[in-house]
Design a protein around this ligand. Structure first.
Ligand code: V47
Length: 376
């Protein structure tokens, strides 16, 4: 395209965004092109963001639990996993898991994000037990746990249906599912980076079933490795189609690839400009998913803060015990204080709002900040 064609493309995209019209697959490719002006793209994503979320910048108070890093799979992009006999491998006991629950509650966390490896020797009941013991001991702590990949592993272990597995997990205390395991859906990429694990149709079947059971889920996209723009747009359009059917996704998290200690360590990390463009493209293409998360652990604090002007409305949480990105070279701190996360949001010109996992506002007791309730 020549310069005047990019101007024409910009004015057509602007017209569509201002009219609230859905962007097509080809529009997605146009706005993904580095020659489509980034600042204007950010402004358009901001229009879409403010239409849905006003000036709010969400955060939550949360912690992570990765009960084991031992995994039967060997995804090329993962630095967290370990072999069964590696010295780095670990498996937490029930006592250690409950201790994490206690620490979370004492620190005012509303959510625990639980994911881990698919351990060669642990049976399905062990994974159910992780949820059950935590929920029984700490019923107010929302357990956002097990990705589509884990649920698919449980299907393999039990030979039971997705529906019956999810029903049992919900009964044990599962509150929602995180968005991991999505990676890139297009087979040209998926077959190269994680060919062995839950395929695209399985990932969607699991999330569709969860939504039908009333379980809210998140969704993600791992970008900045071997994929191209059309793979990313294909990924976003597939998510948009399921959301049209079920409305069960709450938030989308674009995950920037971190190469250190992975099988793809020869690839360099995506640039800040790529991060901001991907955020804006995601906001504009996913017109039916309410929230777009700038996960500060992975983006870095500065980029996550800037992303609040490029379509994102959520910084994720204060976070404790994150391992997946730190094993892959993330240099972000291990946790942010509430004061710091609020001031990052304020500095971006947004109104900080503490949310629970389901995006309800959290109200804390001024005398006892670890005591909280959700606004109804
Ligand atoms: O599926 C693994 C990604 C995901 C690397 O739902 C990597 O609220 C980059 O899904 N470089 C797990 N990415 C994390 C995840 C997540 C994170 C924050 C919030 C939520 C949510 C979900 O992390 C994996 C994979 O796509 N990942 N290794 C790496 N080296």
């Amino acid at each position: 395209m020549i310069q005047s064609d990019w101007k024409a493309a910009l004015s057509e995209i602007r017209r569509k965004v201002e009219a609230g019209e859905r962007l097509s697959f080809d529009d997605g490719l146009t706005i993904s092109d580095p020659r489509f002006p980034l600042q204007e793209l950010g402004q358009l994503a901001n229009v879409a963001r403010e239409r849905v979320n006003g000036n709010v910048g969400y955060y939550n108070i949360n912690t992570h639990l990765n009960p084991t890093n031992i995994c039967v799979y060997r995804c090329t992009f993962c630095a967290f996993r370990s072999d069964l006999r590696d010295s780095k491998g670990y498996l937490m006991s029930d006592e250690q898991i409950l201790e994490r629950g206690r620490e979370a509650v004492e620190n005012g966390c509303t959510e625990m994000h639980i994911v881990g490896g698919l351990h060669h020797k642990m049976d399905y009941d062990w994974y159910v037990n992780v949820i059950r013991i935590l929920h029984d001991a700490y019923p107010d702590l929302h357990l956002k746990g097990w990705t589509g990949v884990e649920i698919n592993w449980f299907e393999f272990l039990t030979k039971r249906s997705v529906k019956s597995i999810l029903e049992e997990l919900i009964d044990a205390g599962l509150g929602s599912m995180p968005g991991g395991g999505a990676e890139i859906f297009h087979p040209e990429v998926r077959d190269k980076i994680c060919e062995h694990k839950a395929d695209t149709s399985k990932w969607f079947e699991i999330h569709r079933t969860a939504h039908e059971l009333g379980l809210r889920t998140n969704c993600t996209m791992l970008y900045g490795h071997i994929e191209e723009a059309y793979h990313r747009i294909d990924h976003l359009v597939r998510l948009r189609e399921l959301q049209d059917e079920t409305g069960g996704f709450q938030t989308f998290i674009p995950l920037a690839f971190h190469p250190e200690n992975t099988g793809l360590s020869h690839i360099s990390k995506p640039s800040v400009l790529m991060d901001l463009r991907t955020m804006a493209v995601s906001r504009l293409m996913l017109d039916n998913i309410p929230h777009i998360k700038a996960y500060w652990i992975m983006l870095g604090i500065g980029t996550a803060q800037a992303a609040l002007a490029y379509g994102a409305d959520d910084l994720d949480g204060t976070v404790r015990h994150e391992l997946i990105y730190h094993d892959a070279g993330a240099t972000t701190p291990e946790l942010l204080t509430v004061e710091r996360i609020r001031s990052l949001i304020e500095e971006a010109g947004r109104d900080p709002v503490e949310r629970d996992t389901l995006y309800r506002r959290v109200v804390r007791s001024p005398e006892h900040p670890n005591q909280w309730r959700v606004e109804v």
